[in-house]
Design a protein around this ligand. Structure first.
Ligand code: 5GP
Length: 135
């Protein structure tokens, strides 16, 4: 059965999409631990990040790097934190989170932001990421 992320990638389930190319896809986490919390996933459905091929893994990180550059521009912060958990959704993914303090990466602090706010955050990040990806 397709994972929830595969359904998002195919458009079956809506998301706040940030960017995609032939192999990778980035979208806002529905329950961000900080505004701008973005997930970066390979389109190929692989459960565990470290089961990706070396090439896919490096490609995913390079794609995440471009997304992180745009994210930092759109959501001013000290750093973009990166995390891998993968306990909830069995489809490899990287969390990118704008942070100013360690607490901004507290996964016990998930929020639910109003749709309007998610949409405006998404548009801001997408514009900055498009520039980095030359889209
Ligand atoms: P993990 O698998 O790394 O433990 O967490 C999965 C992440 O995916 C969580 O932060 C959760 O909020 C996010 N997530 C789960 N379902 C959805 C969904 O349907 N849409 C979006 N945008 N994010 C989701």
């Amino acid at each position: 059965m397709a994972t929830i992320f595969s359904k998002i990638i195919s458009g079956e389930i809506p998301c706040y999409k940030i960017a995609e190319d032939e192999r990778y896809f980035a979208f806002l986490d529905i329950n961000p631990v900080a505004p701008g919390h973005t997930l970066v996933v390979p389109k190929r459905e692989v459960s565990y990040l470290f089961d990706l091929t070396d090439e896919e893994y490096v490609g995913l990180e390079l794609f995440a790097k471009r997304v992180a550059e745009g994210l930092r521009e759109a959501m001013p912060c000290k750093r973009i934190g990166e995390a891998v958990i993968g306990l909830e959704v069995p489809h490899a993914h990287i969390h990118l989170i704008p942070i100013n303090t360690e607490r901004d990466m507290d996964f016990s602090n998930k929020q639910s932001l109003p749709g309007e706010q998610m949409a405006s955050i998404c548009a801001r990040i997408k514009e900055a990421v498009d520039k980095k990806l030359g889209a």
